[in-house]
Design a protein around this ligand. Structure first.
Ligand code: SF4
Length: 774
């Protein structure tokens, strides 16, 4: 047992017990429509069919998964993209009736022999960005969906009343049921449904039920998240993981889905019917040993989860504080992982799917709620994870208990801790400058550090209050920027530079000012600034391992492709590089963790029976990555202008920020821009900031040039038909669309490089329309 761990028999959650009249709740259900299907086994990782539900037309059908679909789209996120391409139009918006909410698995999803293999992928048209948002989430739903018989679930249309979609893998039946009496908020609804749909009144039966929910906050904001449950048999609590980004929960509630419930007949490690189970055990055992022996010397995830990053980010000036103005803060040690370790219940395994020895899904049980409708009740708080803690440091909240309160309510109301925190940090900065005030904020005093106001803001959203500020603020930073500018409140440039969104999505929680590659990692992404595509800060800023634009472009090609691969297969990325073999540093490419990449090659082959190598894994991703970018172009948001990022993520916006890191910035003006010390000393802070501003903006444009070229796109960021054909993606409708967009750009004079290339510098290619020569 770990130090401080409590034996299971002695463990009591201490949570407030509820007594539900489940019979009454269930009795009020009315079956709207249903469908019987033939149960069949998963073969080599694929169920070989997907499930389609139209809530408006009351239609349920199965769709076949073809070999061509597997070869081109692999699974998971790839399947989701293909299903969306076939079902929406370029004009589809988040609340269009034809918007399609897709939950997919992947061929490796649901194996239990290797850590991190239970992820679902969720995709839809996002309210925040108006393009496809994809999210990777743990919990039991993805594996259970596959074991119930489907590689993906698509939901189009909208119900008139709140419904529960029940996928009964035990009996081969789907029902869509009106469910009026259950709760809406996650922690209660998940518990009700887990108990209600379990075949028997015991923990083993409850473990075979998995639920997707959202909450009241998702109904009244554009930050809605989806909560995916997993019944924790030790704690006897139905816990949740979040598909947080981009407002998927908002789409879920707009469709009037109260919950999706999936039940399976059995759970064991061979339900995928892998081609070569022995190899799975062999490769898995090796990694389990590594984690057991090395985690405590590396990330210590088994003890503190992803929260271990807080102290590292603080030490390297990367922890977002006060809306990313600073990367460290004197009060930060109050929220280091040691503080949360004291609060976590010390029980393992803490995996969000069977067999995950990384066990990073920590909880605080018996947390006494301080505010809102559940004040005084004791609950289990899932987390907090790094992003949630750092969203709070961004709002200058340094009390672990308020962080738990924030975490709990965001989860149960079904709103994203990241977008909410990043947006509030921006509103707080606007409040500090007087651009917002108590009157303009519907009575809230949104000063940095005011945790009570933060919680009240969240409660107001969940209550559906209609104040002007709440209405716009709950739609995120982009809409608040437009609102402030339209009102004429504050300087437009300051507002644009400090509101941390790109493509309409709020930033996740890293300061990127000193890492150009990471700026690209946020800006040159498909769904918006989320670090799951690339996390290059250490490689770039700390180790200076990718000094040239070409080096950075190579990293911004390889890592997004590699990380995309996890989403195609239903995997968690953490066991790839949050644990490393003891000799990893001695390998040729330690940042890629080559031994673990080879593990994935072996796993893929062992499950699917194919014979691929590591190059083919990247190609699998490249196909889907380019496809998704092409869909962004199709939907009007996939060009250079859409990859722009606010200046706060490139450098200091305010004099205070410059002065706080004056030595660093002065040094760069000397070393990178050829000024001497005397010149620097004579300049005002404003003058120096202007020089830095122009320089860093140009650097970003040059980075975009290099990345577009490396990815095989035009200088305006459009994937070329030639590149698509090379990848074997020859859908005529898509190729025609891309050619038309490229021709439009040509006419508008947009097929040109963005950087200013001076003496001794050159753009990635001097040939216009270079891609036509491929
Ligand atoms: S590493 Fe953590 S998030 Fe990933 S599967 Fe394991 S427990 Fe879940």
């Amino acid at each position: 047992m770990l130090q401080g761990q409590i034996p299971i028999d002695e463990y009591k959650t201490g949570n407030t017990k509820h007594t539900w009249n489940l019979k009454k709740l269930r009795f009020a259900h009315r079956v709207l429509f249903d469908y019987n299907y033939k149960k069949q086994e998963v073969q080599k990782g694929y169920a070989n069919r997907t499930l389609y539900i139209d809530l408006s037309k009351k239609e349920i059908k199965e769709k076949k998964v073809t070999e061509e679909m597997k070869n081109k789209f692999t699974g998971g996120r790839g399947f989701g993209l293909k299903l969306l391409w076939d079902s929406i139009t370029s004009e589809t918006r988040w609340d269009s009736v034809e918007n399609n909410l897709v939950i997919t698995t992947g061929p490796l999803c649901g194996i239990t022999q290797y850590p991190g293999t239970g992820k679902s992928l969720c995709l839809t048209v996002s309210p925040a960005t108006n393009i496809i948002c994809d999210c990777n989430v743990g919990g039991f739903v993805g594996p259970y969906l596959k074991f119930a018989g489907f590689d993906a679930l698509e939901i189009q249309g909208k119900a008139k009343d709140d419904v529960i979609i029940f996928i009964d893998g035990e009996n081969g039946k789907i029902t869509v049921e009106i469910a009026p009496l259950e709760e809406t908020n996650t922690h209660l609804l998940t518990e009700q449904l887990t108990y209600m749909y379990a075949s028997e009144d015991n923990d083993r039966s409850r473990q075979k039920v998995a639920v997707v929910t959202s909450g009241k906050g998702a109904e009244h904001s554009w930050w809605g998240c989806l909560n995916f449950s997993f019944y924790d048999i030790r704690r006897k609590v139905a816990r949740v993981k979040q598909a947080g980004r981009g407002g998927l929960g908002t789409v879920f509630r707009d469709k009037r889905i109260k919950a999706i419930v999936v039940k399976v007949e059995k759970v064991h490690g061979l339900l995928n019917n892998p081609a070569d189970p022995e190899t799975l055990v062999k490769v898995g055992t090796k990694l389990h040993r590594e984690i057991r022996d090395l985690d405590k010397y590396q990330c210590n995830m088994r003890a503190v989860g992803t929260g271990h990053l807080v102290e590292i980010m603080d030490a390297y000036d990367l922890l977002p504080c006060e809306n990313y103005r600073f990367g460290s803060f004197p009060k930060a040690p109050k929220i280091y992982s040691t503080k949360f370790y004291e609060l976590f219940t010390k029980i393992i395994p803490d995996g969000c799917w069977f067999g995950c020895t990384m066990a990073c899904s920590k909880t605080v049980d018996g947390y006494m709620v301080k505010t809102g409708p559940y004040k005084g009740q004791k609950v289990t708080v899932d987390g907090p994870e790094y992003e949630t803690i750092a969203a709070c440091s961004n709002m200058s909240i340094w009390d672990p208990l308020w962080i738990l309160e924030y975490n709990f309510y965001c989860d149960t109301y079904g709103i994203d801790t990241i977008s909410t925190g990043t947006a509030l940090a921006f509103y707080m900065e606007m409040y500090e400058y007087g651009i917002l005030n108590k009157n303009r904020c519907d009575g809230l005093e949104l000063c940095f550090g005011n945790a009570e106001a933060v919680l009240e803001f969240i409660h107001k959203i969940a209550r559906g209050e209609k104040g002007e500020f709440i209405n716009v603020a709950s739609k995120g930073i982009r809409r608040v920027k437009d609102w402030l500018i339209e009102k004429g409140w504050g300087d437009e440039k300051l507002i644009e530079d400090t509101g941390m969104e790109s493509k309409g999505l709020e930033y996740s929680e890293y300061v990127t000012k000193e890492s150009l590659a990471m700026q690209g990692g946020y800006g040159l992404t498909l769904k918006g600034p989320q670090h799951d595509e690339a996390w290059l800060i250490f490689m770039d800023m700390v180790n200076n391992a990718i000094p040239t634009f070409e080096d950075k472009a190579e990293a911004l090609h390889y890592f997004p492709m590699w990380r995309t691969w996890f989403g195609l297969n239903g995997l968690c990325k953490l066991p790839w590089n949050d644990i490393e073999p003891a000799n990893n540093a001695e390998t040729d490419e330690p940042t890629k963790v080559p031994e673990h990449v080879q593990n994935y090659v072996e796993l893929f082959n062992a499950v699917t029976g194919k014979k691929v190598d590591k190059k083919e894994l990247i190609l699998q991703s490249e196909r889907c990555y380019n496809w998704q970018r092409a869909m962004n172009v199709w939907m009007g948001r996939g060009r250079r202008k859409d990859d722009w990022i606010p200046y706060r993520s490139m450098g200091p916006v305010t004099e205070m920020e410059y002065i706080s890191r004056k030595d660093r910035y002065d040094k760069q003006l000397i070393e990178k821009q050829g000024f001497n010390k005397e010149q620097i000393d004579k300049m005002s802070v404003k003058e120096k900031m202007k020089i830095l501003y122009d320089y860093r903006q140009d650097q970003y444009q040059k980075l975009a040039d290099a990345v577009y070229y490396r990815r095989g796109w035009t200088p305006n960021g459009v994937p070329t038909p030639q590149k698509m054909r090379q990848l074997g993606m020859d859908d005529p409708r898509m190729l025609k669309m891309l050619q038309e967009k490229i021709d439009e750009d040509e006419k508008a004079g947009l097929n040109v490089w963005g950087g200013k290339y001076g003496k001794g510098e050159k753009p990635p290619s001097i040939h216009p329309r270079y891609w036509e020569k491929w």
